[in-house]
Design a protein around this ligand. Sequence first.
Ligand code: ISL
Ligand code: CA
Length: 559
Amino acid sequence: MKKQWWKESVVYQIYPRSFMDGNGDGIGDIPGILSKLDYLQNLGVDVIWLSPVYESPNDDNGYDISDYRSILGEFGTIDDWKSLLEGLHDRGMKLIMDLVVNHSSDEHAWFVESRKSKDNPYRDYYIWREGKGGKEPNDWGSFFSGSAWQRDEATGEYFLHLFSKKQPDLNWENEALRQEIYDMMTWWLDLGIDGFRMDVINLISKVPELPNAGNGDGKYVFGGEYFMNGPRIHEYLQEMNRKVLSKYDIMTVGEAIGVTPEEASLYVGEDRGELNMVFHFELMDVDSGPGGKWDVVPWKLSDLKRIIGKWQRSLHGKGWNSLYLNNHDQPRMVSRFGDDGRYRIESAKMLATLLHTLQGTPYVYQGEELGMVNVKFDGVSEYKDIETLNMYEEYAAAGRDHSEIMNSIYVKGRDNARTPMQWNGSANAGFTTGTPWIRVNPSYMDINAERTLADENSVFHYYRKLIRLRKENEIAVYGDYRPLLENDNRVFAYVRSLGDDRLVVVLNFFGAPAEVVFDELIAYGNCELYIGNYEDAPRNELEQRIELRPYEARVYKLT
Ligand code: ISL
Ligand code: CA
């Protein structure tokens, strides 16, 4: 397998609005990030992925961009941004920027022109259609509730928006539009950035006929089959790679909703000239019922094991996995897959062990290294996320029970991940001296960076150790993956191997003790504990029979 710096890196995602406020207006900003560069360096991460900091009316917190080449005033200036890039580079870290080009803001100059008239030169930069019988051009629903179409007064036609009404989809069929995007990407790369995270990049090619997705009963339905991995997607990405990406030593990761491992290998296959990695959603869907993400069902360890194992094996030797358990769109991993009460620390470390001992590049989301947890605000009015608010309105209008809707929000809402970073136990968790744009999670007295830094057994120090070990042990990066104990419903176990070396990973996923018997363990000359989340785990013996304590994680290195 070809060695690459981005395979050996750990990426840390910053959601700038919620990371650190430098000027007391309650909104995280770039000067705030600058004040935390030593913190990031201390953690040991290699690459920072910065969620959007571009000019935006913030309908979707910056994922609706009105100017791709300027920095939003409330985040700082382009000079602040340049200091950030320099500060990271000086400390040996890299910076990747979020590229949001499936859609722009409706306040982008292109859209302002486009909506003016049918013959405007920018008309074709977006996806316009006539209505059908006084209704939308088709029955597609938006990811953020309601129709994916909005009628525009000026011409009476509708434009497509897979996300909010203020996020019109760009028309990638238009060659001039594609060239504008490539020029913009080149502009950022020439400023010295180290790559891109590409927002919903597998949605940019739509089936041109835009067919109906439902059965004609008037309901809006998910039209994914007509825009996920669409007909020209690989052509576009290969063109982008040829014209832009291939000219730089950078990393790329594409967010890819609904991709299977087979499809993923088309995006990330090393001989394909497209992307380095994709974020798939299979794991994020394990607790969604037939009604979608808000239809919460319990996840099963057997599904986690099956999905992870499938991705590990399918991409092995062909492409590269991205490894994540949460981000700014997902609930906190400890609350979702661990225990955010009694075993918060143990389970945060256990999940971190999984993330850092699989083949692929780990992505850590801000606050994860503190073991931050989900939040429960009393009323819907405390929530800020457009997806959550639109869903609430739609479900409430349909007569659904308030407390049931709130429960879905508590379990799945995106604001779980967007409460301010918890720096210390002072007012507003040390995030701001003003009033934060979204309420701080009340857990901050207990869970905060100052406390976790001072405690050598904390989640933070465990992440440091995992990151360092991964750097010192090629096997953790490049070793191949073989499952163990496949039918065990409580324990996730696997072996990584590289040459004659082995890493044996054993993870108890629940709050009760579990005993495991490794009948196939081979006698090795040397066995040492590579890492574990309980102090007194045996360091030099791998017994055939192991008693795991609640959420215990052990990794043994056999040489
Ligand atoms: O998980 C989701 C499906 O309901 C959504 O939260 C999310 O919109 C989807 O994962 C796509 O995410 C990306 O594009 C969106 C933006 O709101 C997200 O923040 C971004 O990560 C539109 O740009
Ligand atoms: Ca600020």
